[in-house]
Design a protein around this ligand. Structure first.
Ligand code: UGA
Length: 449
């Protein structure tokens, strides 16, 4: 099929590239003309594992193209995937102005019938508004458009893997034929007929993805309910960590044992600095807001958000307790991205920590495998090092803020010899407290003695 993708961010670019790899003809567009120029020149504007390879192969086979002209993109696709941003407003409500803008452009530019797929994360009932806008701006010719919600469940860092190995594909539709159109688009994925860049075309046998057909409202709700539940799980683990500290227990032991119950599961019970990124914080806020507008008080989700914000304060308390005076201290920050394997620093807990420490007069040195360039623009006063060991040279303390593998594998014996004081405050529980103490470190983490 011919597919247009509007928005070349994390979601749009991965969706476009993977659909091209699955055999469709894809045209991508974005209002950021620099980004389009970069893509046209063969560049990859974001760091996402395997994305570069599939963009290059789709480019070679002519399956993907980029245009800054949204009208051309709209006219060329049978299906249009809306992948624009839905950032939070100050009130927490999702800002849907980009969706509205795109809807009006689709209505104005489309010359034939289109399937309009909402891929961006949006609050329930956005699809209804999208249909209404398409109808209003196409002067009542609603037959031109079929609207669907097709939420994505891609994790940054493993988005390409997730796209090709989904556990479920959710399509919210108004009629059966629209569901069938979407099934056709996803057929190569459902039948596992694609060249998987992750496993070089030889994926291990896996359970088939469920293709779930729902109403549009349900599909939209599924996305917010899923992300919010995972966020809630993380905050739950973080409160358990606080309890462990008070009681004298080990959060890793507790959450591991909890997770072995299949009803609970081991994932997303990792205590530490809490969740960040452009999905969980904004989705939790938007879900709370949506619930309030329909008269449902989502108390547990408010607590989830509150607990997450407190993680930064708890981390700073640990830093103050260990370092006493922060002003003038040389502090090494290991990790800036909101999680490992991404260059994304949006709502990154590390940056909240960094900002507070700079305000207090700390001298910061930082390292991150992918997020230095982005952070440098926000905090030029920090000294950045590609080599984490250089970051630690003469440091009074090391803070671990992101769970990158390279930090997990650090040789702390070597690092300790470079530091002015052997102090590590670990916001991601990466190391064994016993081992760190044996190496002569003062070591603090979350929920462990
Ligand atoms: C999340 C969801 O996992 C995806 O399914 C969803 O599609 C995506 O949002 C989205 O809405 O687009 P992502 O934001 O890439 O994906 O990140 P996660 O891997 O879910 O991690 C989120 C945050 O939680 C990170 O800051 C991570 O460090 C933190 N986290 C995760 C914990 O603090 N503890 C854990 O146990 C797990």
């Amino acid at each position: 099929m011919r597919i247009s993708v509007i928005g070349c961010g994390y979601v749009g670019l991965v969706t476009g590239a993977c659909l091209a790899e699955a055999g469709h003809e894809v045209v991508c567009t974005d209002i950021n003309t620099e980004r389009i120029a970069q893509l046209n020149a063969g560049g990859v504007p974001i760091y996402e594992e395997h994305l570069g390879e599939i963009l290059a192969s789709a480019r070679k086979s002519g399956k993907i193209s980029y245009t800054a002209n949204i009208g051309d993109a709209i006219r060329s696709g049978d299906a249009i995937f809306i992948c624009v941003g839905t950032p939070p407003k100050d009130s927490g409500e999702a800002d849907l102005s980009a969706i509205d803008h795109v809807a009006r452009q689709i209505a104005a530019e489309a010359q034939s019938s289109k399937l309009v797929v909402e891929k961006s994360t949006v609050p329930a009932r956005t699809g209804l508004e999208l249909s209404r806008a398409l109808k209003a701006y196409s002067r009542g010719d609603a037959r031109k458009f079929r609207v669907a919600s097709n939420p994505e469940f891609l994790r940054e860092g493993t988005a390409v893997y997730d796209f090709f190995h989904p556990d479920r594909i959710v399509v919210g539709v108004e009629d059966v034929s629209t569901a069938e159109e979407l099934r056709e688009i996803y057929r190569p994925i459902l039948e596992r007929k694609f060249h998987c860049p992750v496993h070089q075309g030889a994926c291990p046998p896996a359970a088939k993805a469920e293709f779930l057909v729902t109403t549009i409202n349900s599909a939209e709700l599924i996305k917010h309910a899923s992300n919010s539940f995972l966020a809630l799980k993380i905050s739950y683990a973080n409160v358990i960590a606080d309890l462990c500290e008070r009681i004298g227990a080990d959060v890793e032991e507790v959450t591991h044992a909890m997770g072995l119950d299949p009803r609970i599961g081991t994932q997303f019970l990792k205590a530490g600095l809490g969740f960040g990124g452009f999905c969980f914080p904004k989705d939790v806020q938007a879900f709370i807001h949506l619930s309030a507008t329909v008269g449902v008080d989502f108390e547990i989700l408010k607590a989830t958000e509150r607990v997450n914000k407190q993680r930064i304060e708890r981390f700073l308390e640990k830093i103050h307790k260990a370092l006493w005076v922060v002003k003038g201290k040389r502090i090494a920050v290991l990790g800036l991205a909101f999680k490992a394997n991404t260059d994304d620093i949006r709502f990154a807990p590390a940056l909240d920590v960094v900002k507070k420490l700079l305000d207090e007069g700390a001298v910061l040195h930082a390292s991150d495998p992918e997020a230095i360039a982005g952070t440098r623009k926000l905090f030029p006063q920090i000294e950045y090092h590609d080599d984490p060991y250089e970051t630690l040279r003469n440091a009074d303390a090391a803070l671990v803020c992101t769970e990158w593998d390279i930090f997990k594998k650090m040789d702390w014996d070597r690092a300790g010899k470079l530091m002015a004081r052997k102090l590590v405050i670990d916001g991601r529980n990466l190391y064994s407290p016993k081992h760190m103490r044996e190496l002569g470190f003062e070591y603090y983490s979350f929920g462990r003695e």
